[in-house]
Design a protein around this ligand. Structure first.
Ligand code: NDP
Ligand code: GDR
Length: 363
C-alpha cells in the first residue's frame, strides 16, 4: 500500500485528492491546522474514526510555518508521495498579509523539501508542489506554457515563484523527485466562497431565492482558464507516477471573462442579463427571465462594481497550453466550462434552498 501525505487537505483540492488517493488504495495522511471551529466540512465524508483498525485516512495537526512539526509528521508517516497543497491561496488577501503569505507559501515549501532531505528520504519520497498560473502574471506570451517567462503580480505569486524555483533547485541539487504542477484556475462546488466563480454562483443562487438583491464585483474584464478541480487532482497524481520528475502546465486551453462567467451562471436559473455602462459604473440588468420559481424581475440591477475588489496589480489574461500534459501524462480534462458552471449552480441553489427552509422553520 502506498502512503501519501497531503498538506492543505481541508482545502478544495486536498479534499478531491484525498478521495482520489483513497480510491486508489493509498494510506492517506493529511495535515490540518488548528482552528477555533471545525474546518473539515470538505473531508467529513471520508473521515475515519482513529479507533478503527486498518485506518486509511488520518489527520495530523500541523502548519507549514512550523518545521519541527513537518519533520515529525514526515518522519512518522514515511510518505511515498507528498502533495504540498497547503497555502494562503487568495491573491487579493496576499496584498494584506504579504509576510505571512511568503512564509506559508514560499518558505513552507522549502521546509517540506528540507525535511525530506534531512530525514534521508530523498530516494523514497516524491514531492508535488502546487504551483500556479499566477506565476505568469503580466502577459509575456499566450497561450502560457512551461517555457513562458514568469512575471508575478502579487505577494502570493512572488511567494509561489520562490516555491517553484526551490522545488526545481532541490530536484537538481539533490536528485529528488520533486515536481511543479503549474495549474490554471480550477473550481468546483467545494471552491472557497471568496474566489470569483463561487462568489458568483452563490450570489446568483441567493438572488434566485430572494435572499440577496445585488452582487458586487471587482474587475469583470479579467480572463481566466477555468477547469474542474476533480480533473486537476488527477493530473497531480499522474505527475508523480512518471519515470522522470518534470514540471507541467495543467489547463483547459479555453479562456473566458468574469463577465461571461456571470452571464453563464444567470443562464442556469433561466435569466438573461445584459451589461451596460463603463468602468465602476458598469451594471448587469435582467433582460428576460423564464423560470417563475425564482425571484427575478425584468429591469432588476443584479450586478454592480465595487472597486474595493480591485487588486493593486492585476493578472489580465490567463490561457494555458496543455500540450505537454496531454502528450506525456495522457491527461485530458473531462469537464468543460458549461458543465462546471451547471454543477456549481445546481449545488449552490440546493444549498440555499436548504438554508431558506431551515430559516423559515426555525423555532
Ligand atoms: P484552498 O484555499 O481551498 O486550500 C488551502 C489549504 O491550505 C487549506 O487546507 C488551508 O487550511 C491550508 N493552509 C493554509 N495555510 C496553511 C498553513 N500555514 N499551514 C498549513 N496549511 C495551510 O486552496 P485550493 O485547494 O484551491 O488550492 C490548493 C493549492 O493549489 C494551493 O497551494 C493553491 O495556492 C494552489 N493552486 C490553486 C489553484 C486553484 O485554482 N484552486 C490553481 C493553482 C494553484 P484551512 O482549511 O485551515 O484554511
Ligand atoms: P485568482 O482567483 O486570483 O485567479 O487566483 P479569483 O477567483 O480570486 O479571481 C479571478 C479573477 O476574478 C477577478 N474578480 C474577482 N475576484 C474575486 N475573488 N472577487 C471578486 O469580487 C472579483 N471580481 C473580479 C479577480 O480580480 C481576478 O482577476 C486563483 C487562486 O485559486 C490562486 O490560489 C491560484 O493560484 C490561481 O487561481 C490560479
Amino acid at each position: 500500500m502506498k502512503t501519501a501525505l497531503i498538506t492543505g487537505v481541508t482545502g478544495q483540492d486536498g479534499a478531491y485528492l484525498a478521495e482520489l488517493l483513497l480510491s486508489k488504495g493509498y494510506m492517506v495522511h493529511g495535515i490540518k491546522r488548528r482552528s477555533s471551529l471545525f474546518n473539515t466540512q470538505r473531508i467529513d465524508h471520508i473521515y475515519e474514526d482513529p479507533h478503527i483498525e486498518n485506518q486509511h485516512f488520518k489527520l495530523h495537526y500541523g502548519d507549514l510555518s512550523d518545521s519541527t512539526n513537518l519533520i515529525r509528521i514526515i518522519q512518522e508517516t514515511q510518505p511515498d508521495e507528498i502533495y504540498n497543497l497547503g497555502a494562503m491561496s487568495h491573491v487579493k488577501v496576499s496584498f494584506d498579509t504579504p509576510e505571512y503569505t511568503a512564509n506559508a507559501d514560499g518558505i513552507g515549501t522549502l521546509r517540506i523539501l528540507e525535511a525530506v532531505r534531512l530525514l534521508g528520504l530523498t530516494k523514497k519520497t516524491k514531492i508535488y508542489q502546487a504551483s500556479t498560473s499566477e506565476l505568469y502574471g503580466l502577459v509575456q506570451e499566450v497561450p502560457q506554457k512551461e517555457t513562458t517567462p514568469f512575471y508575478p503580480r502579487s505577494p502570493y505569486a512572488v511567494a509561489k515563484m520562490y516555491a517553484y524555483w526551490i522545488t526545481v533547485n532541490y530536484r537538481e541539487a539533490y536528485d529528488m523527485f520533486a515536481c511543479n504542477g503549474i495549474l490554471f484556475n480550477h473550481e468546483s462546488p467545494r471552491r472557497g466562497e471568496t474566489f470569483v466563480t463561487r462568489k458568483i454562483t452563490r450570489g446568483v443562487a441567493q438572488m434566485a431565492l430572494g435572499l440577496q438583491d445585488t452582487l458586487f464585483m471587482g474587475n469583470i474584464d479579467s480572463q481566466r482558464d477555468w477547469g474542474h478541480a476533480k480533473d486537476y487532482v488527477e493530473a497531480m497524481w499522474l505527475i508523480l507516477q512518471q519515470e522522470k520528475p518534470e514540471d507541467y502546465v495543467i489547463s483547459t486551453g479555453v479562456t473566458t471573462t468574469v463577465r461571461d462567467f456571470i452571464k453563464m451562471a444567470f443562464k442556469e436559473v433561466g435569466v438573461e442579463v445584459a451589461f451596460s455602462g463603463e468602468g465602476v459604473d458598469e451594471v448587469a440588468v435582467v433582460v428576460s427571465t423564464s423560470n417563475p420559481e425564482y425571484s427575478f424581475t425584468v429591469g432588476q440591477v443584479v450586478v454592480k462594481i465595487d472597486p474595493t475588489y480591485f487588486r493593486p496589480t492585476e493578472v489580465d489574461l490567463l490561457i494555458g497550453d496543455n500540450t505537454k500534459a496531454k502528450t506525456k501524462l495522457g491527461w485530458e480534462p473531462k469537464y468543460n466550462l458549461e458543465m462546471l458552471v451547471k454543477e456549481m449552480m445546481e449545488a449552490d441553489v440546493e444549498l440555499f434552498k436548504k438554508e431558506k427552509h431551515l430559516k423559515a422553520h426555525a423555532k
